[in-house]
Ligand binder design. Structure first.
Ligand code: GLA
Length: 363
């Protein structure tokens, strides 16, 4: 057989610099890939089975008759990718896939998207199927939505598959068009603070936000909240204060993405901090998806000298990012640790977010 019968692939997790809860409103996001992610060693097999190994667990899935709802638990993600590839007309067969991760799971860093994207690359490469990365983004999202039952948007899978080293990815979630934005942080760093609170996107609250946005768009007579141009006028048309808050967040968050790109292109890195904090306050007060540990971490980090910070991901748990001069990092961490200790919370975990390449084949 040829060299594609086995191989190793890596797909990264992500942080989203800014543009939260805008993806399913057909708006803008600005993620970058982390160095950490999921690695998969894969080998073709001809018995129509997908044998999946992770952290001492083994699952075997029959590819024939694979359909949404058939596979439960973590295996639903990679199995869902195989199912979604077949639905999209990509002919792949069985494989043994061994996953390893250096990404904390449930920390809001998209470990599930990394799992899907690593699987998608492995299966298409093993079966020499040529697939555009943008199609694989859709396949991975379909796996997550339909097979794993998590109603996420397109942000995480796009970040894992399309990001490039030293760049953020400006993605228009309506057109699917993306561009690279150089991420020259100079003496500044993006620090991830894993708040220690675990979250799940399928607990109903994420879906509730999506439904509220759809309802607001319907009432305003626009295809998606992306299309709201006259914010004040639109807010005056909405009676429900909750819907007004959601609209205000989504519309201003899209503007903050554009402003952040402008600042990055101008080399005004420290000034981005104010955008991050504004995003956090909007997610806390208007979109109402933050959680106490995130609020405390952002506030303490800023008091400790960070330029700004925000919760990332769907909310209700996971991580925060803060932007700080590298010399301020110890003071920032100390301030956050002290704020946690004052509340008798277990200390958070830290990780430096280094803008890294998207998913690739390693061998
Ligand atoms: C989660 C989802 C994404 C996106 C973010 C919020 O990470 O997976 O699609 O909606 O929440 O921006």
């Amino acid at each position: 057989m040829n060299g594609t019968t086995r191989g190793t692939w890596h797909a990264p997790g992500r942080v989203n610099l800014i543009g939260e809860h805008t993806d399913y409103n057909e708006g803008l996001v600005l993620p970058f890939a982390l160095a950490q992610g999921i690695t998969v060693e894969g080998e073709r097999r001809d018995d129509g089975l997908l044998e999946l190994h992770s952290g001492g667990q083994r699952e075997a899935v029959e590819l024939e008759g694979l359909a949404p709802g058939k596979v439960k638990g973590w295996a639903a993600y990679p199995a869902g990718v195989a199912g979604a590839l077949a639905e999209a007309g990509y002919l792949v067969g069985g494989a043994t896939l061994r996953f390893a991760s250096d990404l904390p799971s449930g920390a809001g860093l998209s470990s599930s998207a990394a799992l899907e994207c690593a699987t998608a690359l492995a299966l298409t490469d093993l079966y020499e199927v040529k697939a555009d990365r943008r199609d694989l983004v859709r396949v991975a999202q379909r796996a997550e939505n339909a097979y794993a039952g998590v109603p996420s948007g397109i942000l995480d899978q796009s970040a894992s598959l399309l990001c490039e080293a030293d760049h953020a990815l400006l993605l228009d979630c309506r057109s699917g068009m993306s561009s690279r934005v150089p991420l020259n942080l100079g003496d500044h760093r993006v620090l991830v603070i894993d708040t220690g609170v675990r979250h799940s996107l399928d607990d109903g609250r994420y879906a509730e936000r999506r439904a509220e946005c759809e309802e607001a768009a319907r009432l305003l007579g626009v295809p998606a909240l992306r299309d709201v141009k006259d914010l004040a006028g639109s807010l005056s048309l909405l009676v429900d204060p909750v819907l007004r808050r959601r609209v205000q967040h989504v519309v201003t968050e899209n503007h903050r993405v554009e402003a952040t790109v402008g600042l990055l292109r101008a080399g005004a890195v420290p000034e981005m901090g104010a955008m991050l904090t504004a995003s956090h306050l909007s997610l806390r007060d208007l979109y109402q998806v933050s959680w106490p540990q995130a609020d405390v971490a952002v506030e303490a980090a800023v008091k400790g000298g960070a330029r700004g910070g925000r919760m990332i991901g769907g909310g209700f748990g996971g991580s925060v990012i803060v932007l700080a001069h590298r010399e301020r990092l110890p003071a920032v961490r100390q301030a956050v640790d002290a704020a946690y200790a004052a509340r008798s919370w277990r200390p958070p975990a830290y990780l430096e977010a280094v803008p890294s390449p998207g998913a690739s084949r390693l061998s």
